[in-house]
Design a protein around this ligand. Structure first.
Ligand code: 3PG
Length: 399
């Protein structure tokens, strides 16, 4: 795929640059967790500072109505740990405060605007964003749009396709690194195993539907594993009730279509929590009033035996609530098995990367992507709207 990069721009001194990054981060007990996205995007920011651009950063955190939907104030502090100049946070996006700060910014200075998803239009899927407030206000203001968030390039939104269609758009260094890696993934060697967990079941169900014919096994964890059991008619008790309360069960009719395939590997047992203690429980013992936080021992052993014999592994989403003491077994053990195996390994997603760093270090994985859903869509062969924008600017400049 063709795209323009920072190397295609000769002089950034004094140029007003709009930088779209993806620092959507895990939050634990109300605290934004430091993570690889922050560290990696800081590299692009530092390059822009060194090149004396005037940098305005835009980004999002969480989804409206969910517990991780919050301000970007803390993100600016975390980013500033890695940048050569402090990043100033401006708690506004389209108002006078934002405009005044943008006008007054000096060469080599950086500001971060407030969470884009505070804007209603950023949360709406539209066929065209040319008349969105964000595009109308920013399109003639900025000299260049640096799109660095590969992990958000699957979202058709005002801050991705809207701005990208209206301002010259190039890839930032994070985007460039991801795309260069992905270009190498043309020929996937079999056996190919996908290890899928996490808490965004929609995304992984899409992937399974599109790739079931080209994978050998799908090892399920997290909400996906529980949904697969529910699709087979198993009542998990408290966990089933939780899943229904979140509306995650919407995908069950779709899961029913593939769950009986021999390729879909589901748990035999789980670990539930009682008085802060881990209790192993076979699937046959459900329903239970206790909540599931991890896969059980026998399931983990089975998954490890499959991982040993594979040539390519793609892992997305932690397999358990690894952040809770005593419930990290599946996430930790499976990652260790992936690290030990000779297979080519690809891992993506904010929480997944966090667990990689915690248990094995990212040097043990062949390709760690900062993206979760975007990588999923890419792997499923979908055209990502953000990447189409980059390609169209490369075509216009006849790269
Ligand atoms: C991510 O964390 O995968 C991206 O920031 C996209 O987030 P979203 O799935 O809430 O759009």
């Amino acid at each position: 795929m063709k795209f323009l990069t920072l190397d295609n721009v000769k002089d950034l001194n004094g140029r007003l640059v709009l930088l779209r990054i993806d620092i959507n981060s895990p939050i634990l007990k109300g605290k934004i967790q430091n993570n690889e996205r922050i560290k990696e995007h800081a590299k692009t920011i530092n390059e822009l500072i060194r090149k004396k651009a005037k940098v305005v950063i835009i980004a999002h955190q969480g989804r409206k109505g969910q517990s991780d939907f919050t301000s970007l104030r803390e993100h600016s502090k975390l980013l500033s740990r890695y940048t050569i100049k402090r990043i100033r946070f401006v708690d506004d996006i389209l108002g006078n405060k934002a405009l005044m700060n943008i006008y007054n910014i000096r060469s080599g200075q950086v500001i971060l605007l407030e969470n884009l998803r505070y804007l209603d239009e950023e949360n709406k899927e539209m066929s065209n964003y040319d008349n969105s407030k964000l595009v109308l206000m920013f399109k003639d203001l900025f000299d260049l749009f640096v799109f660095d968030g590969f992990s958000v390039s699957h979202r058709n939104s005002a801050s991705v396709t809207g701005l990208g269609n209206n301002i010259i758009t190039i890839a930032g260094r994070v985007m460039e690194k991801e795309l260069n890696h992905l270009n190498k993934l043309e020929n996937i060697k079999r056996p190919y195993v996908m290890i899928l967990g996490g808490d965004k079941p929609d995304d992984v169900v899409n992937l399974i539907e599109s790739k079931i014919n080209s994978v050998d096994y799908v090892l399920t964890g997290g909400i996906l594993a529980e949904l697969c059991l529910m699709a087979k008619g198993v009542d998990l008790g408290a966990k089933s009730a939780y899943i229904r309360s979140k509306g995650y069960d919407d995908v069950i009719p779709r899961i029913k279509k593939f769950v009986n395939s021999e390729k879909i590997i589901i748990p035999y047992d789980f670990a539930v929590e009682k008085n802060n203690k881990r209790i192993e429980m076979g699937v046959k013992l459900f329903p239970s009033k206790l909540l599931i936080y991890d896969l059980g021992k026998r399931t983990i052993l089975n998954y490890k035996s499959i991982i040993i014999h594979t040539s390519t592994i793609y892992m997305k989403g932690p397999l358990s609530h690894y952040e809770i003491k005593g419930f990290d077994h599946a996430t930790k053990e499976i990652l260790k098995a992936v690290a030990k195996s000779k297979a080519f390994s690809i891992v993506g997603g904010g929480h997944t990367l966090d667990s990689v760093n915690k248990y094995i270090g990212n040097k043990k994985i062949n390709y760690t992507s900062l993206a979760g859903g975007a990588l999923l869509d890419y792997m499923a062969g979908k055209k990502l709207p953000g990447l189409m924008i980059l390609e169209s600017w490369a075509n216009r400049f006849d790269l």
